[in-house]
Design a protein around this ligand. Structure first.
Ligand SMILES: [Zn+2]
Length: 393
């Protein structure tokens, strides 16, 4: 018979002076062993060096290394409950062993509601990332399925956002070439969701994945182990995005394809969908400035910092498809202060009929017409003659 399964467990909790040997009783270890190896007998080393960063146990059996990460204790906030998982996942991904597996185990001491919309989202990301559940179905009523495509993740995350249940620090979309793009704040608690989301997206992506690390207050950068684990996936590129890069791009280009502007629009408006029609093909949806960057640059009353702030403000933009972006910026369409889409009076009747037909949303919804947005509309329209435009009949 093969040697008994052997646990290696870092004994010290990161905080609070607790020990894993108190949490992981022989009964729990036996349960873990049975569920992962079909054997009840085991040996175990609790290692008192350092602390247990991924809230996990490693089980070795017949040349296979099994990582088990725990949900335990009272559920306080959503981030606190998942902050260990990405560390364990990174360790697992970086393990060169050809025979390995990663599991998630709900410890019987876990209390509170861990079947919230947000937790269900995290479980689905975990499953997509390659994590198996040992006993989750004993504790929650819903079946957890992996996401099949990045677009499934995009749609699910939008649903959470609309319900107000999302974590508003990480966004996923597709860029102009169809490549998956993740915009994430990566400091503090934000890094946990960003890491997990990136691994899950990379697993199901049909293209390269770009992870834009959005800096805030000089803080950015994922932990070194997360960066290494993402790099090891082979199809993820991490792109640091600092204020300095933003300034350089603003000075170089009037159209400003800015990471921060896209991030701010995703935060304010949700996933890419044209405000004037039903188009939601992300490859042809653009972040359109209301007060154009070229006009901002010409305003001599503003400092560079103020100009940049206006250029990046999420209130100073809309998602528009390429057609509608061009129709607005070429002066064929006009957006009035009360959110009505109007058409140039002198447009030929064929063109008017066409524009009428493709413009399926002729009034912006109230949630877009916030004060800051209306202010930018005023700045845009001050140079335009509203009488040159007509409402659609
Ligand atoms: Zn459109």
């Amino acid at each position: 018979m093969a040697k008994a399964p052997h646990f290696v467990i870092k004994n010290n909790f990161q905080k609070g002076g607790r020990l894993y040997e108190d949490l992981l009783t022989p009964e729990i270890l036996e349960d873990l062993c049975l569920r992962t190896t079909n054997r009840p007998d085991f040996t175990c080393d609790f290692d008192n060096e350092g602390y247990n960063k991924g809230k996990m146990a490693i089980l070795e059996y017949r040349g296979k290394r099994i990582y088990i990460s725990f949900l335990e204790g009272p559920i306080r906030s959503r981030n606190a409950s998942f902050q260990s998982l990405p560390s364990a996942l990174s360790r697992y991904l970086l393990d060169p062993s050809p025979r390995k597996a990663m599991y998630f185990y709900v410890h019987p001491d876990t209390t509170g509601n861990f079947e919230t919309d947000y937790f269900l989202f995290m479980y689905r990301l975990m499953k997509t990332a390659g994590v198996s559940f040992l006993n989750l179905s004993d504790h929650i009523s819903q079946q957890i399925s992996a996401f099949a495509t990045p677009d499934d993740i995009i749609i699910y995350k939008e649903r959470l956002r609309r319900k107000g249940k999302g974590n508003n620090s990480t966004y996923i979309t597709r860029g102009p070439t169809g490549a998956v793009e993740i915009y994430g704040k990566t400091y503090g608690a934000n890094k946990y969701e960003t890491t997990l989301l990136s691994v899950a997206a990379a697993r199901v992506a049909d293209s390269a994945v770009s992870l834009y690390e959005v800096e805030e207050g000089g803080l950015s950068a994922l932990p070194a182990m997360s960066r290494a684990a993402l790099a090891a996936l082979g199809n993820v590129t991490i792109i640091p995005y600092s204020d300095a890069i933003e300034v350089a791009e603003f000075e170089a280009d009037d159209s400003l394809r800015s990471v921060r502007f896209i991030y701010n629009l995703l935060e304010r408006l949700g996933r890419k969908k044209c405000a004037f029609c039903d188009c939601e093909i992300p490859q042809i949806i653009q972040g359109a400035h209301i007060w154009p960057v070229a006009s901002i640059k010409q305003d001599t009353s503003l400092s560079l910092d103020e100009k940049l702030a206006h250029a990046l403000d999420g209130n100073n933009g809309l998602w528009l498809c390429e057609n509608h972006h061009k129709l607005l910026d070429s002066g064929t369409l006009f957006l009035s202060a009360d959110g009505l889409v109007k058409c140039r009076r002198l447009l030929g009747s064929n063109d008017r009929t066409f524009v009428d037909r493709i413009t399926t949303s002729k009034t912006l919804p109230p949630e877009i017409l916030q004060e800051g947005f209306i202010d930018y509309l005023g700045r845009r329209n001050v140079h335009l003659d509203e009488n040159a435009f007509l409402e659609f009949a």
